[in-house]
Design a protein around this ligand. Sequence first.
Ligand code: SF4
Length: 336
Amino acid sequence: MNSMLQMTKILKKEKTRSIQITPGYSCNNDCIFCVTRGQDGAKMMGDMTTQQIKDIIRRKSVDVNTNVGFDGGEPTVRHDIIEILKFIKERKARIKMLTNGIRCCDPDFASTLTDYVDHLYVTVYAHTPELYGYLTRRKQNFDKMVTGVKNLFKLSQKKNFSIDLKILVCKPTAPKLPEIVKFISEEFPRPRRLCIHGLTIAGNSEKNKDEVGIRLKEAAPSIKEAINLGLEMGQNVTLRYIPPCIFDDPFYYDFCEMDSTERSINMVKMSREYMKKPQESYGPQCGECRFHGRCVGLWPGYANEYGYDELTPIKTFQSEIFSSHNGSCCSSLCTG
Ligand code: SF4
């Protein structure tokens, strides 16, 4: 057989697939911006049974070439979460999980969980019990979250899994972003990435949009300050669902996450209301932009609420943008 053909077949066979599973909507918080409506959503939608999740794993032929992602709700509140992770690990798949870290305040639970996961994406929404309590409606969980995140970092030094921390940009957090970055940098070891995440408008964030919604352009000065402080404090800062064109300085383009090549099949029960939202991240003007086709654009829910008029196509060539970095940049955006 032609060696090129053989190579193509091997590459196809070894291609990694990603499956995103939302095992349910139950959660130990009740966030005012929760896209799945917090505790109301959990009551409305219910959780998948252990058997339903195992059936998905079997049906999707999860194996060594599969990344399985968990979100929710809060996956760690399930009584069967370890059983499910074990079931997946027997198939040698990689496991990623979005978690609020609260249950990991129990060191035994944190230790067992991290026997199975390869990557954790942990939300640290606030730097004080008051702000955390306002956002999550569970002020008592702030200390548990902090202890949980510390436990996870300790375990990550001995075990083979990585941690990203997630901050969300919403109206109450926007002016506090530098303080949140400072708190995280002083309280915890450095995560693999410190992700500053744009907010979508759906579920509770739609219901409470006057309280939580903020335009990205309005939040941009604080996001820039948070990036600057993060860099000073040795953080690897990444922006998600925050497109480069909201910044007036090309220096900040470099922190915007570009379109991931990883595509996932979502195994989730969604409400009809969520499903009917337009699924468009780009404005009509995006076609003229240098980043079109790579930029992740806006959350569709955000665009549905605020439209696309904040997006100003970037017409400068990358080489012109990065010449301002004095040749020192090294991101995936750099063509130099
Ligand atoms: S593609 Fe659109 S959203 Fe992305 S940077 Fe360009 S104008 Fe902004």
